[in-house]
Design a protein around this ligand. Structure first.
Ligand code: ATP
Ligand code: MN
Length: 465
């Protein structure tokens, strides 16, 4: 078959050029038919739908059609014709078929339809070929693009925070160590500790848990910046909302206070969800039908509703008065769990909630203290089905106040001297937040396990693919 530009199925399904010659390349989802004619459902990843290829058996060698199995990859040259069948407007009358690679019907794991999501996690190398993962991965791409578009359109600069960090002070969770020392015989100090001075970077290094501290450095020069990169947390939390490797979006804004921060978070989330509704509706309709029949309605509702804003203290009062049985008891000063967050969002307010004014003891050292001396200018955005989707704050820009917090929390000043320099030289009020990319994708796709919204999930005891 001569080399011509292939037609993408997404374009052909909308094409009005009946009678034209087309070339499609993709993976066979199914083949049925009889001794005279074969119907091949072909998908090329450009859209959730398949295009039907009609092959008259007499036009092809028997061996060729035999190799066209579920999962095989083929190229088809043919004529685009109107379809008489249900559910599609056009189909392809095949003139030539080239088989790039057959797939053995006995051993191809996706031979049958309707596998469980648990089973598909065990074949993460093949699951992108299912309708579900095709849809999720296209939505994920669209959301990544929309994030960059939103920030670019709003005058933010994309700042690349390092993935390997020598800072231990991000305080957002347990960290993975990065080292090139000999694991059988590392250099030791007399006190029994490993001598990291001899390691690659001349000090102990870890994978980052957050790009925020670096984003703050950028904001103190460029005004509006954001990071968007992988982050790593070694917590052994096997929940449907935690990954050991996840992507985070962290905007940081000079001259923003906590209210500006909340306004940005709300506008940003609504923009992203609207973008998905406007650009991914085929995939969302599929997910709505297969997994979550309230998905599209919920997305519209979040775009339309004004988020409820209240303080942590008010939220605790509501939770205590709710009469609910909690797995984790709630009292002023405790961190809220997903069950509490979801009660506020789903049962009490029936819309997204932004909580502010958290107790200082459950939040990071860099958050700006309120006048009460007990609470900080933190804000968490809580979403239906998810709980916390964003965590953010106004930052402490006052050097003395920041130093006081650092000492209270026993953070060695020498570990954050560069961070403190921003407060020493030209300090400015500023604020920012972190959006967990996979939590956003969970919400937008209606999937219920975070392992199913990232191509290759990293979770405790799982890094095969
Ligand atoms: P949680 O309380 O849900 O564990 P957190 O308060 O530890 O989250 P932050 O440090 O505030 O999380 O991180 C900012 C955002 O990153 C969170 O709001 C969430 O959307 C996301 N996030 C945090 N930890 C994880 C994780 N392990 N896997 C996926 N997303 C995460
Ligand atoms: Mn948080």
């Amino acid at each position: 078959m001569e080399h011509t530009r292939r037609n993408k199925i997404v374009d052909l399904l909308k094409s009005k050029e009946i009678g034209s010659e087309v070339l499609v390349k993709g993976w066979v989802r199914s083949k049925r038919g009889n001794k005279n004619v074969n119907f091949i459902a072909l998908n090329d990843g450009s859209v959730i739908h398949t295009i039907q290829v009609v092959a008259e058996v007499s036009n092809f060698q028997e061996e060729t059609l035999k190799l066209v199995t579920t999962g095989s990859c083929i190229a088809v040259k043919g004529i685009l014709v109107e379809s008489v069948g249900q559910g599609q407007s056009v189909e392809i009358q095949a003139r030539g078929i080239e088989v790039y690679g057959s797939a053995d019907a006995e051993s191809y794991p996706l031979q049958k339809k309707g596998h469980s999501l648990e089973f598909l996690r065990e074949i993460a190398h093949l699951r992108p070929r299912t309708n579900t993962f095709g849809a999720v991965l296209r939505v994920r791409h669209a959301m990544a693009f929309a994030i960059h578009k939103y920030f670019n359109d709003h005058g933010f600069y994309y700042l690349h925070a390092p993935i390997i960090t020598g800072s231990d002070a991000e305080g957002a969770g347990a960290m993975f160590r990065v080292t090139t020392l000999d694991d059988k015989n590392p250099p030791m100090l007399p006190d029994g500790h490993v001598d990291y001075a001899q390691d690659f970077f001349g000090k102990e290094t870890k994978l980052t848990v957050s790009g925020q501290l670096e984003a703050e450095l950028g904001a103190m020069a460029l005004g509006l910046v954001y990071t968007f990169g992988p982050t790593f947390r070694a917590e052994n939390s096997n929940t449907p909302r935690h990954l050991a490797e996840f992507w985070m979006i962290e905007p940081e804004m000079a001259f923003y206070d906590i209210h500006d921060d909340m306004d940005l978070a709300e506008d940003f989330l609504k923009y992203l969800i609207r973008y998905a509704l406007d650009n991914c509706i085929d995939d969302l309709e599929f997910l709505n039908k297969m997994y979550d029949t309230e998905l599209i309605a919920r997305l519209h509702q979040v775009v339309d509703d004004k988020f409820e804003r209240l303080s942590y203290t008010e939220a605790v009062t509501i939770l205590k008065a709710s009469g609910q049985q909690w797995e984790f008891p709630v009292d002023w000063g405790t961190d809220l769990q997903a069950e509490h967050e979801r009660y506020l969002v789903e049962k009490h307010f029936g819309k997204p909630v932004i909580l502010t004014g958290y107790p200082k003891d459950i939040k990071a050292f860099y958050m700006k203290m309120n006048e009460d001396g007990k609470t900080v200018r933190a804000m968490d955005v809580l979403f239906p089905k998810i709980g916390e989707i964003i965590g953010g704050s106004q930052r402490e820009e006052n050097l003395e106040a920041l130093l006081k917090r650092i000492h209270e929390m026993n953070i060695p000043e020498k570990d954050v001297w560069w961070y403190l320099d921003t407060r020493r030289f030209g300090t400015a009020p500023h604020a920012g937040f972190g959006l967990g990319f996979e939590r956003l994708i969970l919400f937008v796709t209606g999937m219920s396990n975070i392992r199913d919204v990232i191509p290759f999930p990293r979770t405790p005891k799982n890094a095969e693919f």
